[in-house]
Design a protein around this ligand. Structure first.
Ligand code: APR
Length: 248
């Protein structure tokens, strides 16, 4: 466990901890990542399925594809990695999860303080008048639902390629990354911007940076500690060590 010693030392002293997550943290819950060899983008075309252009060209297909993903997410459970992070939040004065994920497994694991950079797959809204829709929508239906207010198409409230992030969310995330003592980058290829700026913001502002990913990324050489393991396997150990330290 020597590998984690320096991390525990920093965590014990830390007042502010920021945890940046990507699809990899949900992989052990049976949810495919995007860019791994068997990831979603190896089977599906992101321009056709995760862009406004694709939605306007074939809204039914895009709607059905999100329903297919929603069904997988509904059957999935938070894994030991999500659960360990919720525990870390309870053991740290100020801890924020900044996620690119839309599956809400962090929240289902008990994480309270969270920023969703790319929206979420549970909510929907009208493309024309932005009227929000959540539980009113029958996601089993193949038919594309229309807005009661204006008759416009309803779409999932996720951020598609080429779209802006939800108002103010990135600014909040950048502030947190720039003012944390320890910054985790977990289960992300760190290839999608502006989210992928955050690890570098934290590094440049002096945070102790930890990357957890079985595969090296563009951020690996900049991290202080790169743990090339699955998040569901190493996070419970890290939190247990932290709790042991606190109980001394
Ligand atoms: N534990 C930790 N990391 C893992 C695990 C695991 N069990 N399994 C895979 N990974 C790593 C992979 O090595 C990869 O580097 O998770 C990363 C997932 O990267 P991507 O598939 O690129 O997902 P992400 O970084 O979240 O994508 C960012 O791109 O497609 C868009 O909007 C989508 O939010 C998404 C964004």
């Amino acid at each position: 466990m020597a590998l984690y010693d320096i991390l525990i030392e920093h965590l014990v002293e830390a007042r502010n901890v920021a945890i940046f997550t990507g699809a990899g943290i949900s992989a052990e819950s049976g949810i495919a990542t995007f860019r791994d060899p068997d990831g979603l983008w190896s089977k599906f075309n992101p321009t056709e399925l995760a862009s406004m252009k694709g939605f306007l060209r074939n809204p039914e297909r895009v709607w059905q594809w999100y329903n297919y993903r929603r069904a997988i997410i509904a059957d999935a459970q938070p894994n030991a990695g999500h659960i360990a992070l919720a525990e870390l939040e309870r053991n740290t004065p100020n801890c924020t999860v900044i996620t690119q994920n839309v599956d809400r497994l962090h929240q289902r694991a008990g994480t309270k303080n969270i920023l969703e950079l790319h929206g979420n797959i549970i909510d929907n809204h009208c493309v024309k008048c932005s009227t929000p829709y959540t539980h009113e929508i029958n996601i089993q239906s193949k038919e594309l639902p229309l807005c009661n207010a204006c008759g416009g198409n309803i779409r999932p409230s996720v951020v598609w390629f080429g779209e802006n992030l939800p108002d103010g969310i990135f600014e909040k995330a950048e502030y947190i990354a720039g003012h944390c003592d320890v910054f985790f980058s977990i289960g992300t290829s760190a290839e999608v911007y502006p989210a992928a700026y955050l690890p570098f913001t934290a590094k440049n502002r002096g945070a102790f940076c930890v990357e957890i990913n079985p595969t090296p990324t563009s951020f690996t050489p900049y991290s202080h500690l790169a743990i090339q393991e699955k998040s569901g396997e190493c996070l419970p150990c890290i939190v247990e060590l932290l709790q042991q330290y606190h109980s001394l």
